[in-house]
Design a protein around this ligand. Structure first.
Ligand code: DQA
Length: 158
């Protein structure tokens, strides 16, 4: 199984940005953490981070036919980007949303997730562990242990 791990804007500033919320570990630490658990779980992984919405859309489009699933932390674009939502819907790959922080306990403007509407699951507030939980969820889906890869894809926004 091959997964794409996508991270959005300012995730490259982990370790520096708001450490009380995001912790002291860096993006390089996150990459090492993901590569380590993927090796352990027998998952082939591709990692990509960008501060640019269009780059993230391009990465999702490139994933079509190339990977079996996407783990995405769209960061601030979570709350604004219809383009990322549409890209996820366009490729139709099983996708899981991750947030390091517990977004549901934060500001009101963080309470909408566009990307999440194209994801079958969200893990928020688990720190780096959320990425592993997301990968394990996609692994279980692929193995048929659990059903419902597209259960939330049909949600629409008025
Ligand atoms: C985040 C939460 C977002 O609201 C925020 O804009 C981020 C990071 C998280 O991982 O907790 O940049 O996605």
């Amino acid at each position: 199984m091959k997964l794409l791990f996508l991270n959005g804007p300012n995730m490259n500033m982990l370790g520096v940005r708001e450490p009380d919320i995001y912790g002291r570990q860096t993006y390089a630490d996150l990459e090492n953490y993901i590569r380590d658990f993927c090796r352990e779980l027998g998952i082939e992984c591709e990692l990509y981070q960008s501060n640019h919405e269009g780059d993230l859309v391009d990465a999702i489009q490139r994933a079509y036919g190339a990977v079996d699933g996407i783990v995405i932390n769209p960061a601030a674009y979570t709350h604004t980007s219809v383009a990322i939502l549409d890209a996820l819907k366009a490729v139709g790959l099983p996708a899981v949303e991750v947030h390091i922080s517990a977004v549901s306990e934060r500001e009101s403007f963080r309470q909408v997730s566009y990307a999440g509407m194209a994801c079958c699951r969200t893990f928020a507030g688990h720190g780096f562990a959320g990425y592993r939980m997301a990968a394990e969820h996609l692994l279980a889906l692929q193995r048929g242990v659990i059903a419902g890869a597209s259960s939330r894809v049909e949600i629409t926004v008025e």
